[in-house]
Design a binder for this molecule. Structure first.
Ligand code: GAR
Length: 211
């Protein structure tokens, strides 16, 4: 639906159904669920998939009222089969947007196509700097004065794809990885819900103008 509000056009639609993929502590999952509960992110948390038994994300999902699917990647010989199992679990819950929140697995082209490219990731650096593992340690080793976090659309290559939003975080004298990680994660928790909303709005505007 296209509404005209005081000369501005605003796209209003159904709440997007999010499926969060998480491998770790789940603090970003908690931030997204919190933003939805607070009415700051107009979306539905429809599914959570975790690939690591005992990960904090499992409890975070339950706190948000979603029973997570535990799909261990070790149980699959081929990455494509693991991807297909994750995609099936998400589709079974009607997920439209996949939100990787500390998901430490690469996904293949078929997975991206299954969701029409509506797959987002957050990475703890200002991409394209410091891709891959230990991004925070890489930034400290490089001696940069500013690092941060990036939300991007997921493409096939690791930590690549169009950037949706970034937040800068200053490196302070004496920072170690844990101090810097804590500040980057605070920035992530503020950024990710807003970036999801921006990506959904941009996608709807594109679809509306095309159709
Ligand atoms: C986040 O800082 C996220 O940026 C990072 O993992 C952390 C997960 O924390 N992701 C990556 O490094 C992906 N390349 P969380 O489980 O508490 O949300």
């Amino acid at each position: 639906m296209l509404l005209s509000l005081g000369g501005c056009e605003e796209i209003v639609g159904e709440r997007p159904r999010l499926g969060v993929l998480a491998s770790g502590a789940g603090s970003n999952l908690g931030a997204i669920a919190g933003a939805i509960a607070a009415g700051e992110l107009d979306a539905t948390l429809s599914a959570v998939v975790c690939n690591v038994e005992g990960a904090g994300a499992i409890g975070r999902a339950r706190e948000a009222g979603v029973e997570p699917a535990l799909i261990r990647h070790g149980g699959f010989e081929r990455r494509a089969d693991f991807d297909a199992a994750v995609a099936d679990a998400l589709r079974a819950s009607g997920v439209e947007w996949v939100v990787m929140a500390g998901w430490m697995r690469l996904v293949g082209r078929e997975f991206l196509e299954a969701f029409d490219g509506r797959v987002l990731n957050i990475h703890p650096s200002l991409l394209p700097s410091f891709k891959g593992l230990r991004a925070i340690e890489q930034a400290l080793d490089a001696g940069v004065a500013i690092t941060g976090c990036t939300v991007h659309e997921v493409a096939e290559n690791m930590d690549s794809g169009p950037i949706v939003a970034q937040a800068a975080v200053a490196v302070r004298p004496g920072d170690d990885a844990s101090a810097l990680r804590a500040r980057i994660q605070r920035a992530e928790h503020a950024l990710y819900p807003r970036a999801i909303a921006a990506a959904v709005a941009a996608d709807r505007a594109k679809t509306t103008h095309q159709g």
